[in-house]
Each structure stands twice: as structure tokens, then as C-alpha cells.
Design a protein around this ligand. Structure first.
Ligand code: XMP
Length: 333
């Protein structure tokens, strides 16, 4: 008679056994509900031997890194290290338009940075009572990430490589280097939220729309530049703010603005512009395996479109994506 309530206790005990009483664990934290719940479990299991790290890819939402650092400190007592790597990600992604290549570059850059950070943490811990080796790497991987990344029917059946599953190097998959802890690997999002509530995690964090590790980079159709990320980020902020103001945030499972790097002609005042196309996406789903689009009123969408065109330079057109999943995936790439 298995209950969700038992999960956290069992998992905390399992982690304590697995890690033992000397090793350190480095954890990838993004501020989303998955990595927050995973971090809370680790913190409960091994206290300050758990080291939470957020890699700023330069592709995060507006003000996100500072907000996540503040929230984790205030609500969970976790001292988050933010690694500023925007320029590195931009340089490695330059000129790459293929979605799977983008995902693999982002995944391997994440791992490079975490391995470097693990060495720094070990050095820093040397002179403290917590000295030990960083042997484990925590990820908030969920069951749907696993299914969609690992093909059971051969490579051609892979839908997309979620950066925290298929993007990992061989040495991590075969037990060399950092070993993986994925406490949520068998759970769906609604189960993770239920555990988050049991652990006392604040409702605003538990109910947050998911945000993928590769961030805005996989919401840009085509190759990624800092200018394109900045435009998509501003448009996204306007869209989400309008959704919150209209009281719709909790009715929507995930919403964002992406950018098509093909440009379109428009007329602003009496000026011709040749600007990017913003793609708004909002879905309702229980398990993120299938999803319906959200039914906004036309008035709402017109208001968002007008505001983005007026306030975000470089945008000529705004569209709303009408594709459910399947056939469309939730992210654009
Ligand atoms: P898709 O696009 O596959 O998205 O329909 C399903 C859910 O997974 C999230 N997603 C990711 N999350 N790393 C993540 O951490 C990834 O590489 C990734 N790709 C998609 C997506 O935001 C949605 O919630």
C-alpha cells in the first residue's frame, strides 16, 4: 500500500545509504520545481555536504538567476553558487542551427562546468569539517524526460535529447567520473509537486511553470545569438506578466515566447521594418507527455501582441502556436 507520503522519507534514507558519511554531492539547480524538490531531498539527507550550483547559460528568463538564489536561500536554507557562463555558451552555440546539435552542445558544456565546479568545491572544503570528495551529481530528471530521450526502438526513434539525460558523456553513464543521483527519475510532474508540498516548499515554487535546462536556446528556431535571446526574453517577460495579471497563470501548465530567426516585413508608423517573428506558446497538460493548447480570448492575445510589438525592438510580428502535443512538442525544438 504505497503512498506518496512515504516517498520522501524512503528516498532520504536511500540517499544517505548511497552517499555515505563523507562524500560530497554537487547538484544542478535551475529554480524549477524538479531541481528544487531534488535539492530539498539532498539537503534533508546530507545537509551542507550537498552543494547546489546554478549554471547561468545566458539563456535564462529575465532576472531569474538572482531570484532563484534568493528563494533557495530564504525557503530552503540552501546557499546557491551561480556560475556565470553566458559567454561560453554563446561562443559554443555560434552558427549552430540544428536542434539536436544545440542540445548536445549545451549538455556537454553543462557537464564541463559541473566537473570544474566539483574540483573547486573539493578544494574549498579541504580545510573544513566537511572535507571529502565530490563523488555524486544530482539531477532533477523526471520519468517523461527519460522516456523521450532514451529510445527503446533504436536511435531514429529518439524524440529529442533532454539535456539532462541523453546529453551526458559516456564516462558518467558507465560509472566513471561523477556518479548520478536522480531521485525523481520514476515520477511525473504532478507527483513531484505533491512531494514538494509535503516538504513545505512554497506554493509559488511548487506551481512554477517548468523551464528546460537549455533555456531560451531551444525556444529560438535557428542559430542563437545574444541579441535573439534578449528579444525572446523580453517578449517572454511581457507574455508571462500579462498572463499573471489576467489571473491565468495557474490554469496554464507552461507558457513562453519563442523566436523564429526568419524575419518578416512590417510597418511601424510609416517606417518599413524587417524583424523577427515571436511565437507565443501556452499549454495545459497533466503529465507533459501530451498537451492541449490554452484557449485565450482574442482580446487577450491582441493585447499581448500589441505590447510586444510596441516594447520589444526587432520584432515585426507575433503569432500564437495552435499545435497540441502530439504532433507538436511543448518546446519549439
Ligand atoms: P517537450 O518539448 O519534450 O517538453 O514536449 C516536455 C517537457 O519537458 C521540458 N523539457 C526539458 N526539460 N531539459 C529539461 O530540463 C531539456 O532538455 C528539456 N526539453 C524539454 C519542457 O519544458 C516541457 O516541460
Amino acid at each position: 500500500n504505497w503512498k506518496m507520503g512515504d516517498f520522501a522519507q524512503l528516498e532520504i534514507a536511500r540517499i544517505q545509504q548511497l552517499v555515505g558519511d563523507r562524500s560530497l554531492v554537487i547538484g544542478a539547480v535551475s529554480g524549477g520545481v524538479d531541481s528544487t524538490v531534488a535539492a530539498a531531498l539532498l539537503k534533508a539527507a546530507i545537509g551542507s555536504r550537498f552543494k547546489a550550483v546554478l549554471v547561468d547559460t545566458g539563456c535564462m528568463r529575465l532576472n531569474e538567476c538572482e531570484q532563484v538564489k534568493q528563494t533557495l536561500g530564504e525557503h530552503l536554507g540552501i546557499d546557491l553558487t551561480v556560475v556565470d557562463a553566458g559567454e561560453l555558451f554563446m561562443s559554443r552555440l555560434a552558427g549552430v542551427a540544428d536542434p539536436e546539435k544545440k542540445r548536445k552542445i549545451i549538455g556537454s558544456t553543462f557537464i564541463d562546468l559541473f566537473e570544474k565546479e566539483a574540483i573547486r568545491i573539493e578544494k574549498e572544503a579541504e580545510s573544513t569539517p566537511n572535507s571529502g570528495k565530490v563523488e555524486w551529481f544530482l539531477q532533477g530528471t523526471l520519468y517523461p524526460d527519460v522516456i523521450e530521450s532514451l529510445s527503446f526502438r533504436g536511435p531514429s526513434a529518439t524524440i529529442k535529447t533532454h539535456h539532462n539525460v541523453g546529453g551526458l558523456p559516456e564516462r558518467m553513464m558507465n560509472g566513471q567520473g561523477l556518479r548520478l543521483i536522480e531521485p525523481l527519475r520514476l515520477l511525473f510532474k504532478d507527483e513531484v509537486r505533491a512531494i514538494g508540498r509535503q516538504l513545505g516548499i512554497h506554493e509559488s515554487l511548487v506551481n512554477r511553470h517548468p523551464f528546460p535546462g537549455p533555456g531560451i536556446a531551444i525556444r529560438i528556431l535557428g542559430d542563437v545569438t545574444q541579441e535573439r535571446v534578449d528579444i525572446a526574453r523580453k517578449a517572454d517577460h511581457i507574455f508571462i506578466t500579462k498572463i499573471k495579471e489576467a489571473g491565468l497563470y495557474d490554469q496554464i501548465s507552461q507558457a513562453f515566447a519563442g523566436l523564429d530567426t526568419n524575419r518578416s516585413v512590417g510597418v511601424f508608423g510609416d517606417q518599413r521594418v524587417w524583424g523577427y517573428i515571436i511565437i507565443l506558446r501556452a499549454v495545459q497538460t497533466k503529465d507533459f507527455m501530451s498537451a492541449d493548447i490554452f484557449d485565450f480570448s482574442t482580446e487577450f492575445l491582441k493585447d499581448v501582441s500589441r505590447t510586444i510589438c510596441n516594447q520589444v525592438e526587432g520584432v515585426a510580428r507575433v503569432t500564437y502556436d495552435l499545435t497540441s502535443k502530439p504532433p507538436g512538442t511543448i518546446e519549439l525544438e
